[in-house]
Design a protein around this ligand. Structure first.
Ligand code: AMP
Length: 198
């Protein structure tokens, strides 16, 4: 199973990604988590990444692509993976296409979690009170939403045209969204012609 999960900041990607990973027994790989983990290393690159993240902007494609490429060669990705928060730009889509081609595998589905923009800001503001993320400040929240609209939302159309997009309403209780998500993925699998083993 090779999956992506996309959605605007605050849509609940991380939570749902964990559940999808458990269900299909594949690693849920979050580029945001990997960048946050760099906080512990005191290198110029790590400091640059932290500053970019705190502002709500995207980490440069070459840095992000390299981090993902290094992660996808790990043994636990041999049976598939779920990428959470990657790709986010057209350049990253092209890079991922190359990585998948080289590994001779294809994406099975791209889950898109849709949530109303006002609800997103409310969620992120609540999260800033509990999680203390530097990029949950009001200004960074606005930047992240705008960057998503400008750079990442267009990717949905790319995957829709490839017949991979599985759209799920992300509004409501977490369990309810999970149920919706699995039934949408099952429907998608049922409507996709089985790929030949050759
Ligand atoms: P997330 O936890 O997915 O909301 O990501 C948090 C932050 O990490 C983003 O606002 C970006 O600064 C950075 N980031 C995560 N994934 C990517 C990506 N695919 N491309 C560029 N920046 C990313």
């Amino acid at each position: 199973m090779h999956l992506l999960i996309m959605g605007p900041p605050g849509a609940g990607k991380g939570t749902q990604a964990g559940r999808i990973g458990e269900h299909y027994k594949i690693p849920a790989i979050s580029t945001g988590d990997m960048f946050r983990a760099m906080r512990d290393s005191d290198t110029p690159l790590a400091r640059q990444v932290q500053d970019i993240m705190a502002s709500g902007a995207y980490v440069p494609d070459d840095v992000t692509n390299q981090v993902v490429a290094d992660r996808l060669v790990a043994d636990d990705c041999a049976g598939g993976f779920l990428l959470d928060g990657y790709p986010r730009t057209l350049d990253q889509v092209a890079f991922l296409d190359g990585v998948l081609k080289e590994a001779d595998c294809e994406l099975d589905a791209v889950v898109s979690l849709a949530v109303d923009p006002d609800e997103l800001v409310a969620r992120l503001t609540r999260r800033s009170a509990t999680d203390g993320r530097a990029d949950d400040s009001p200004e960074a929240i606005r930047t992240r939403q705008q960057v998503y609209v400008d750079q990442t939302a267009p990717l949905l159309e790319v995957y829709r045209q490839r017949g991979l997009l599985v759209e799920v309403d992300g509004l409501g209780e977490v369990d309810e969204v999970t149920r919706r998500l699995f039934s949408a993925l099952d429907r998608h699998a049922g409507s996709t012609p089985a790929t030949s083993a050759s």
